[in-house]
Design a protein around this ligand. Structure first.
Ligand SMILES: [Zn+2]
Length: 173
């Protein structure tokens, strides 16, 4: 396995960055995407955006199952259609020990560039579709904290405080 990225945790300011579009897909980029996918699987994630590892790139890995080989690398993803609505519990690798029920569009159609350089479309109204929406938010600098209900923010108050305290300590180290 390649060297893994370090996953940034809330409240790292990089998580609020709007990611830069990718202009060129080459072997160096493909290798970094491989590394991003390996990092996601090492943490049992279903999605990981480049901005979550300090990489300013409009790239996200999504997987509906969390099984290696089942991942899709989305380059410059765009939402072209969405329908329905569903509330479902989510976690985020940048928010360990935090979970909240987030309401999102249920079905999505996403257009993206693949690592083959071609345009692709993905249509899904299951977990994979939700992962796409969660990761595309990350690429806009938006985390699921912004979509939590006040009750969920309150329920996660201690975990969020712990993350804030931990960030304060490591920045001095
Ligand atoms: Zn996330």
């Amino acid at each position: 396995m390649t060297d893994l990225f370090r996953v940034l945790r809330y409240p790292d300011p990089f998580l609020r960055r709007k990611a830069r579009r990718i202009e060129t897909i080459d072997d160096a980029l493909r290798a970094e995407c491989r590394r991003l996918a390996d990092t996601m699987f090492a943490h049992d994630g279903l999605g990981l955006a480049a901005t979550q590892v300090g990489w300013d790139a409009r790239i996200a890995i999504v997987s509906g199952t969390g099984k290696p080989g089942d991942e899709i690398c989305l380059v410059n993803p765009e939402l072209v259609d969405a329908w329905g609505s569903e509330a479902r519990e989510e976690g985020c690798l940048s928010f360990p020990s935090v979970a909240a029920v987030i309401t999102r569009r249920k079905g999505v159609k996403v257009r993206y560039t693949g690592l083959d350089g071609a345009q692709h479309e993905l249509e899904n109204d299951q977990l994979l579709g939700r992962c796409c929406l969660h990761e595309m938010d990350h690429l806009e600098g938006i985390t699921f904290l912004a979509k939590m209900t006040p009750a969920d923010k309150l329920a996660n108050r201690r975990a969020l405080r712990n993350l804030e305290d931990a960030a304060g300590q490591t920045s001095d180290a």
